[in-house]
Structures are given as structure tokens and as C-alpha cells.
Design a protein around this ligand. Structure first.
Ligand code: NAG
Ligand code: NAG
Length: 520
């Protein structure tokens, strides 16, 4: 369907970004808590179970207060961040007091609050389960799981030499306290205490108020396993505990959360840690239609933050709703779910035609490092114009108009990168980005900036060899803007258009993840 429409009409199809309204009016209330985790000051020193519990109870006391608040505000599901109970920087042995053996809910139905005696050494699971029950909400927390493994019987397995798996784990409790899901983080990020699970885990759970949710953790969001697989399975609501260190200009927390939600057309419930020394802040409830988010600024008191928002149900198979069954069998295949007569085409024809590919690279291109990747850049020298820059065969096009009264001294550049990012993780990318350079020299393009005064209307386009393209517009002072439209064409062309910006432009980005090239 999508292909035919695109060919016949020769227009670009708009994605759900922009003025598109959810098809249904069913909705639910979600909450995420950005938690200022109380840390263990000496994470390398092993401590007794008793002391580890005493430490975690302090964080659990805060969870308890927030669960009560979230419930008062009507939340049906509450998400806490990654590492929120124990903190970071443990070794395999120093974390041992914090570990509990979490039974597999696919094999054993267990309500820790109601049957605390069934599994020993599970004080944290019991307390979380009772919290979910007491406040009558679904509760998602992240904790450390210990699973014995068959060292002797299967020496060829990837069982660690101490005979135990240790996993960074999400647990989910239903509103009556039942343990309904357990997910082990697949893509670890410098976590000596934890193992990568031997098999990939694609974990979802059902709720009575919004259907199906999928589980991921922090760095997972960038990878095919599990995130791309969940999306391919049509999971449209993802739960995302994280402990993400901000990295401008392309991967600030809220910027990427928003971009992911828009690009994948999903709802993302993102709960981050708050820790200023580690540059961790930025949480949000992101649906493709709206974002409720928090990002602390320099000088703000270092404290937690509860966010509560009503968002539409996106699960296409959800049975718990009204007559509107039309979309019932539809999966999230973004290329097949757009009816020809849906009005997308009219909307599309209003999207400006993308800049002609023939625009010569007018300004000389230069290479500058952005987040450790060698981007090819060209400067935006005029008040308006069209530009093109290529990294190899991957090209980015920009049409722009700087608005008067901005700071015309600020330097901007259009950048392109196609290749594999190799610092602190390895992943293949195709990225188009307009950035404000940190200073007036071109060598400063790609460095971190938070503020900008220049407002700009623009149309940014790239032709990507992946469907995983995440669009974002970040304005001065870490404010997110919803792009006016994002259109995806049959040839992989993605066009993001934006005008009437509220703030100075810091970054406009189309961030393409080339999952299929990661192993090369
Ligand atoms: C972990 O410890 C190192 C020093 O041992 C420190 O530089 C780093 O900030 C710590 N990271 C976290 C997440 O606490
Ligand atoms: C995104 O999701 C919405 C609501 O579920 C749907 O109407 C729309 O067609 C989707 N957009 C794309 C591009 O798939």
C-alpha cells in the first residue's frame, strides 16, 4: 500500500509526527520517577546481606513515598530507573549482598507479598510486590538477579567460572503484587558486576488498562536485540529504566528518548537516575503525540522528580477497548498501516519538496569530531540557503532560513556521518545533523553546547539504509520541540521539517541506527 501511494502520487508520506491524532481515545495514566539514588560510597568493598539490605531499604523508602504520590495522581503504572536500588560500580563479588534470586515468572506464578516464605532471601522483591499491591498500580523496578548456572554439568556453556549468573534486571509487578515479568539486560555498558544473558530475552507483559508493554534497559535502546526485535514484533509501548549519562549534541537523555518515540512511533516510559556528578538526569513519558519530561539544569537542587501523564493506548491488539476495532489486526509495520484515503497525502503535499539532490556542496566540507565520530561538515554561512554534505555515499540535505533578531554571530554547521561508532560501545550509524558550533571556529562544530539564540526554519533530509531513524529538535536550555512533520519515503528518504521554533536551535538530527551492520 505504502509503496503504491508513494509511486502514484510522487509525494512523501508523513509519519505520525505532527498534527496526527491517535486513532482511539483510550488512554491510561503512566508515571516515571527520576530517582536521586542513595549510593554506597564504597562499592568495591563487599558487604553483608544485612548491610546491603539496610542500604537498599533507604532507596525503597523513597520508592514507597513516590508510589503513594503516583497512586494519588491516578497512575496505573510506575517505572523506577536502572540501578536505582543499589547504585553503580560494584565488582562481581562486591555486589553479592545485593543479589536476590528472581524466579522466572514464565515458569512460576508468585506473589512475593502474599507468599513471602516461598523463596528465601527476597526482601527486595517482597517489598516491591507489597508496594504494587498497596498502591494498586503496576510497578517496574530494576535490581540485581543471581541465577546459579551449570558449571560442572556443562563446562562448555558460557557459565562464569564462579558458577553463577549475575544480571542487571527489570522486574514487573501487577497491581495485586504478582511478579509478572523479568528481563535481563542484554547490552551492558561497563558493568563489571553483571553478565550478558546467554540467550537473548524478548520480554513483554500484558496489562488490563493498556495491553502489551515491552521491557528494555538503558543502552539496549540502541540495539537490535532486544529493541529492534520488540519493534518488529509490533510492540508499541516500551518501558525503559535507564542510568544514562548525557551527551550533547546528539544523545542527551530526553533528546534521544523523544527521537526514539517519534522515529519508532511508540510510547516510551523513561525513568533515569538523577546524579549531577555522573551527568545523569532526563526522564519522560513520551508518546508519538506528546512528551512530558524533566531535565535538570545546572544549579538545580539535586533531587528526584515524579512525572505523571495520561497517554493514548497504542497496542493495536488491545482487547480492553470500545467498538473501534478497525485497526485491530494492524501491526506496527509502519509501511503497511497507512490507508490510502487517510488524509496523509493531503497532509504530505504541504510538506515542502526536499532540496534537489543536485545542490552542489557549495561551502567547503571539513571533518570535525562529534561524539568521537568524524563527521563531515559544511557551514551555514547565509541567512538562508540550501546545502548538502556527504560522508562517502551517504548525503544530507538542508534547506534553511535563519530568522532575524537571532544572534547572527552564532555558527551553525550541517554534518553527515556514516560508519561505525567505536568509542564506549560499537554501533553502526547514518546521521544527519544541524548543530550550533560551540564557538566561532569551524573546529568547534560538534562540541557540546546547551544554549543558542538563533531561530531557524529548516527542512533536513537524508536517505537512509535503515528503518530505524530517530528525529529530534533540541532547542536552547534542553527544551524539546516536536518537529512540524517527519516524512518517510519508499526509498528510505526521511525528511524532517520544522518552523516557528520557540527557542534557539541547538541540534536538529536524524539519527539512523544501522543494526544490520553492527557485526561488520
Ligand atoms: C566508578 O569508579 C571510578 C573510579 O574507581 C569513578 O571514576 C567513576 O566515576 C565511578 N562511576 C560511577 C558510575 O560511580
Ligand atoms: C503511528 O501510530 C499511529 C497511532 O497508532 C498510527 O495511526 C500511524 O499510522 C502510525 N504512523 C506510522 C508512520 O506508522
Amino acid at each position: 500500500m505504502f509503496l503504491l501511494v508513494a509511486l502514484f502520487l510522487g509525494v512523501y508520506l508523513a509519519s505520525a509526527v505532527g498534527p496526527v491524532k491517535p486513532v482511539r481515545d483510550s488512554s491510561f495514566v503512566a508515571a516515571v520517577y527520576e530517582h536521586k539514588v542513595i549510593l554506597n560510597p564504597e562499592p568495591h568493598v563487599p558487604l553483608s546481606r544485612r548491610d546491603a539490605l539496610r542500604h537498599m531499604q533507604k532507596n525503597l523508602d523513597i520508592y514507597e513515598e513516590q508510589a503513594a504520590r503516583a497512586a494519588r495522581e491516578g497512575a496505573q503504572i510506575l517505572v523506577f530507573p536502572e540501578d536505582g536500588l543499589q547504585g553503580f560500580n560494584y565488582t562481581r563479588s562486591s555486589i553479592s549482598g545485593y543479589l536476590e534470586t528472581i524466579p522466572d515468572p514464565q515458569r512460576e506464578s508468585w506473589n512475593p507479598c502474599m507468599e513471602p516464605g516461598r523463596n528465601g532471601n527476597t526482601e527486595v522483591l517482597q517489598r516491591l510486590s507489597c508496594m504494587a499491591r498497596r498502591y494498586n498500580l503496576y510497578l517496574v523496578a530494576n535490581m540485581a538477579d543471581l541465577q546459579p548456572c551449570p558449571l560442572k554439568t556443562d563446562p562448555s556453556s558460557s557459565c562464569p567460572s564462579d558458577g553463577r549468573w549475575q544480571f542487571n534486571t527489570n522486574v514487573v509487578f501487577s497491581s495485586d503484587g504478582l511478579l509478572v515479568a523479568r528481563y535481563h539486560k542484554h547490552n551492558l555498558y561497563f558493568e563489571k558486576a553483571f553478565d550478558k544473558p546467554p540467550q537473548s530475552e524478548i520480554i513483554t507483559f500484558e496489562t488490563p488498562f493498556a495491553g502489551r508493554f515491552g521491557l528494555i534497559i538503558c543502552f539496549d535502546i540502541l540495539f537490535h536485540d532486544p529493541t529492534g526485535i520488540l519493534l518488529e514484533k509490533g510492540v508499541r509501548q516500551l518501558i525503559y529504566p535507564t542510568a544514562w549519562m548525557n551527551q550533547l549534541p546528539l544523545l542527551d537523555t530526553i533528546q534521544f528518548q523523544r527521537a526514539f518515540s517519534l522515529g519508532a512511533n511508540v510510547t516510551l516510559l523513561a525513568a533515569n537516575i538523577r546524579n549531577d556528578r555522573l551527568i545523569m538526569t532526563g526522564s519522560g513519558i513520551h508518546s508519538p503525540f506528546s512528551a512530558t519530561y524533566h531535565h535538570a539544569s545546572k544549579g538545580d537542587p539535586e533531587e528526584g522528580r515524579l512525572l505523571v501523564a495520561r497517554v493514548p493506548v497504542l497496542d493495536p491488539r488491545w482487547a480492553g477497548q470500545s467498538e473501534d476495532a478497525e485497526e485491530g489486526g494492524g501491526q506496527s509495520e509502519r509501511t503497511s498501516s497507512v490507508p490510502a484515503d487517510s488524509g496523509y497525502c493531503r497532509r504530505d503535499s504541504r510538506v515542502d519538496r526536499p532540496p534537489a539532490p543536485s545542490v552542489p556542496p557549495s561551502n567547503p566540507a571539513f571533518t570535525s569530531s562529534m561524539m568521537h565520530d568524524p563527521f563531515r561538515f559544511v557551514l551555514l554561512k547565509e541567512t538562508e540557503g540550501e546545502l548538502k554534505v556527504c560522508d562517502g555515499t551517504f548525503c544530507c540535505h538542508l534547506r534553511y532560513r535563519r530568522l532575524p533578531r537571532g544572534n547572527t554571530k552564532e555558527l551553525y554547521a550541517l554534518g553527515a556521518f556514516a560508519g561505525t561508532h567505536t568509542v564506549n560501545g560499537r554501533y553502526a550509524l547514518q546521521v544527519c545533523a544541524v548543530v550550533r558550533c560551540a564557538a566561532l571556529e569551524s573546529s568547534s562544530c560538534g562540541q557540546e553546547v546547551e544554549e543558542a539564540e538563533s531561530k531557524m526554519d529548516f527542512l533536513l533530509k537524508g536517505t537512509f539504509e535503515t528503518r530505524y531513524v530517530y528525529p529530534s529538535v533540541l532547542a536552547s536550555g534542553l527544551v524539546l520541540e516536536q518537529p512540524e512533520s517527519v516524512a518517510t519515503a519508499a526509498d528510505g528518504g526521511v525528511t524532517m521539517k520544522h518552523s516557528n521554533v520557540a527557542g534557539g536551535l541547538v541540534t536538529a538530527c536524524l539519527y539512523g541506527r544501522m543494526h544490520h551492520l553492527d557485526s561488520e
